[in-house]
Design a protein around this ligand. Structure first.
Ligand code: IDP
Ligand code: MG
Length: 132
């Protein structure tokens, strides 16, 4: 996902361009908006964390861009491209280093496993929206 802070600042093109330049193929793509309930479902794993309220309000306050990306070793490769959760420690040149505002408003989401990537792809897209 390209998160609300980045969509709000007109960074969708820049971020998609970084993603393509890093060798990812876009298999599905859409501009959409999460309801507070959808944000809570998407991030349910973090429901006990102190930042859950802040996170779900932020993720539902304005549109996001959802994408399914393909590359060999995609989960790890994408996390390398986006960098650490906190832009203060994200490596130079990573998407979060370049664009994120804070540890919360960090511009992009990446799945943390192949299993969760599939769950998250199905959360955002119907089967016919994902190109095989
Ligand atoms: P990740 O996105 O790098 O995988 P996670 O630890 O899975 O990081 O946290 C999910 C999201 O929750 C983060 O991307 C960020 O938006 C938010 N978040 C994580 N830690 C904090 C925090 O300490 N304060 C506010 N928001 C946070
Ligand atoms: Mg995570």
């Amino acid at each position: 996902m390209i998160k609300p802070d980045a969509v709000e600042r007109g960074l969708v093109g820049n971020i998609l361009s970084d993603i393509s330049d890093s060798g990812f193929k876009i298999k599905a793509l859409k501009l959409t908006k999460l309801s507070i309930e959808e944000a809570k479902t998407f991030y349910s794993i973090h429901s006990e964390r102190p930042f859950f309220d802040e996170l779900t309000k932020y993720m539902s306050r304005s549109p996001i861009v959802a994408a399914v990306l393909e590359k060999s070793n995609a989960v790890l490769e994408f996390r390398n491209l986006i960098g650490d959760t906190d832009p203060a420690t994200a490596k130079k040149g990573t998407i979060r280093n370049k664009y994120a505002i804070s540890k919360g408003e960090n511009s992009v989401h990446g799945s943390d496993s192949d299993e969760n990537a599939l769950i998250e792809a199905k959360f955002h897209f119907s089967g016919r929206e994902i190109l095989l």
